[in-house]
Design a protein around this ligand. Structure first.
Ligand SMILES: NC(=O)C1=CN([C@@H]2O[C@H](COP(=O)(O)OP(=O)(O)OC[C@H]3O[C@@H](n4cnc5c(N)ncnc54)[C@H](O)[C@@H]3O)[C@@H](O)[C@H]2O)C=CC1
Ligand SMILES: CCCCCC(=O)/C=C/C=C\C=C\C=C\[C@@H](O)[C@@H](O)CCCC(=O)O
Length: 267
């Protein structure tokens, strides 16, 4: 049996879609003939990305919606607008996230990455569920390799990403996911060449603890850096192969793409 989910005409909502990895995901989805809502806190970049993608992939296939994922009202409004504009939602990519480890910004890292992503996950479960007028589909949460392995440079960030992995694990085994045929997977990239990565590589001291840029540079050199196109290929594989459910996909320049199961041995 063909287990490929054709993306033609599918509707995707991508948070943090104005730039970086999210923008790459939006473009890959549009290339596969899906319709995409990019939701992002940055209006200037969001409008510019919308305009660029509309020119390439058709006005009717792309929309930008301003959304701070820490705001319940704004986030809910984006789901509503996407459903109204495109007739439903099939795919949600919870991608928006930030780094920040200082006394001033570490709690914001938790608010955006943990609470914001949980909010997106809860809304996605609601909008995709059959009992609330949805039609099932696929949720991909973007965590990080640092959510699985210790990263001494960004512990708060790493914790939020571990939280995203565990939240996905819990929803995978939920009755709600099974009843509505909702697949959930988590993407764990290592370094990817995006504005966030470039700030880190350029020595933005707010992104790490310790202030040792030599350690950051050595870490990046050891791990390697993926392009947004390479990570987008991984996303499209998760979306199109309907056997992919309850999985972690690790992506790193030197080791490639490796799937493992989200579930661990039960007691
Ligand atoms: N770049 C990297 O090396 C890696 C990044 N990641 C994760 O991938 C995701 C995307 O990261 P990048 O593209 O690198 O970052 P980026 O900073 O280049 O892009 C993130 C996008 O999210 C938006 N955003 C930030 N806060 C938001 C909020 N509160 N509400 C809505 N939108 C918001 C930004 O405006 C931006 O357009 C993040 O969750 C990040 O933690 C994971 C592994 C590696
Ligand atoms: C805001 C900072 C994070 C930037 C984005 C991000 O999520 C990047 C993650 C990249 C790679 C993580 C790799 C983890 C590797 C561990 O297994 C371990 O090898 C780390 C050991 C520390 C070291 O080598 O310095």
């Amino acid at each position: 049996m063909d287990r490929r989910m054709h993306l033609v005409g599918k509707v995707a909502l991508v948070t943090g879609g104005a730039s970086g990895m999210g923008c790459g995901f939006a473009e890959a989805l549009l290339k596969a003939a899906a319709k995409v809502c990019i939701a992002d806190i940055n209006v200037e970049t969001g409008v510019a990305t919308e305009s660029d993608l509309r020119q390439q992939y058709g006005h009717e296939n792309v929309m930008f919606s301003k959304c701070n994922i820490t705001s319940a009202t704004e986030f809910e409004a984006v789901f509503k607008r996407t459903k109204e504009a495109f007739g439903g939602i099939d795919i949600v990519v919870n991608n928006a996230g930030i780094g920040g480890e200082t006394d001033e910004n570490w709690e914001q890292t938790v608010d955006v990455n943990m609470k914001g992503t949980l909010r997106g996950l809860r809304l996605a479960m609601y909008y995709l569920s059959v009992e609330h007028g949805g039609r099932g589909g696929c949720i991909v949460n973007v965590a990080s390799m640092t959510g699985l392995n210790p990263n001494p440079l960004s512990p708060v960030y790493g914790c939020t990403k571990a939280g995203i992995i565990h939240a996905t694990r819990c929803y995978v085994v939920s009755e709600a996911a099974k009843k509505s045929n909702i697949r959930l997977n988590v993407l764990c990239p290592a370094f990817v060449d995006t504005p966030m990565f470039r700030r880190l590589a350029a020595g933005d001291a707010t992104q790490t603890i310790g202030g040792d840029q030599t350690a950051v540079t050595a870490f990046i050199e050891r791990i390697g850096v993926l392009s947004t196109e390479e990570v987008s290929v991984a996303l499209i594989d998760i979306l199109t192969d309907e056997t992919r459910n309850g999985l972690i996909l690790r992506c790193a320049k030197k080791t490639g793409n490796v799937y493992s199961t989200l579930t661990v041995q039960d007691v």
